[in-house]
Write a protein that binds this ligand. Structure first.
Ligand code: DX5
Ligand code: ZN
Length: 244
């Protein structure tokens, strides 16, 4: 929340046959984290990587790992990612029981529908393992869904595209959601990192930083660029320029 700007390149847009090369290339620009999208083919209609891959990256590179869990069975699988060495683990407020109440486009608050105890247990076990705990919300989920958990979080991850795929366009309504989260966090006297994920490029980076996002995920805009290091640098500069 208005802290130093952090950039987390998303490996989803890297070349999966040359991941070691792509991470090494981006390492030159000094990413703050590597963003790893874990998808299970249930919570989102795509399937990506698992804990073995996280563990292999952890062994090979000295870049903090930001693991974004887009999975249905978070409670059962969370320990896999703690054991694999994730530095920051983000779970979705819509996973598990709550998903039914979070249809895309719904403005209904999901507070009553989720299992807050299970979610709290997940967040607390991440922190108990000495890692940072994040909570994410989809574009169709209102900001109030995460308010009850704000005091238990190191980070809030606002999805600015529907999760599942890289290369989508930024959803502008995300800016109002950032504003609301800043208001809610201030009211509670907490100061989580606010991460934003989806459609981030130089232009949208400038917008989101002005609204309180201080950790920016970028996949396509970095790994799809002719010069990924320059792209990372430009996104960081654009965000810094508009941060109040
Ligand atoms: C989408 C993922 C994102 C994705 C972002 O579900 O959570 O991290 O890689 O990709 P871009 O930056 O291309 O929108
Ligand atoms: Zn992500």
């Amino acid at each position: 929340m208005f802290g130093p700007i952090k950039i987390a390149p998303s490996l989803l847009s890297a070349d999966f046959l040359n991941l070691e090369r792509d991470v090494a290339v981006i390492g030159i620009a000094g990413p703050d984290y590597l963003h790893l999208d874990v998808m299970d083919g249930h919570f989102v209609p795509n399937l990506t990587i698992g804990p073995m891959f996280v563990k292999a990256l952890k062994r090979r590179f000295d870049i903090p790992l930001d693991v974004h869990l887009m999975i249905e069975n978070t409670s059962e699988q969370l320990d896999w990612y703690i054991d694999a060495g994730a530095d920051l683990i983000t779970v979705h407020v819509e996973s598990g029981a709550a998903k039914q109440a979070c249809k895309p486009g719904s403005s209904r608050c999901v507070q009553d529908a989720q299992d807050p105890e299970a979610l709290l247990e997940q967040l607390r076990s991440i922190r108990a393992a000495g890692r940072m705990a994040g909570l994410s919300l989809n574009p169709g989920t209102p900001a109030c869904a995460i308010t009850p958990f704000l005091t238990e979080l190191d980070l809030v991850l606002v999805m600015s595209v529907h999760p599942g795929f890289g290369g989508q366009s930024f959803i502008d309504d995300s800016l109002q959601k950032l504003d609301q989260i800043v208001v809610d966090a201030r009211a509670l006297g907490v100061d989580p990192i606010i991460e934003i994920d989806g459609g981030i490029n130089e232009q949208t980076a400038a917008k989101v930083a002005a609204h309180g996002a201080d950790m920016l995920v970028a996949g396509n805009a970095i790994f799809g660029a002719r010069d990924p290091n320059q792209a990372l640098h430009d996104i960081r500069a654009a965000a810094k320029a508009t941060q109040p």
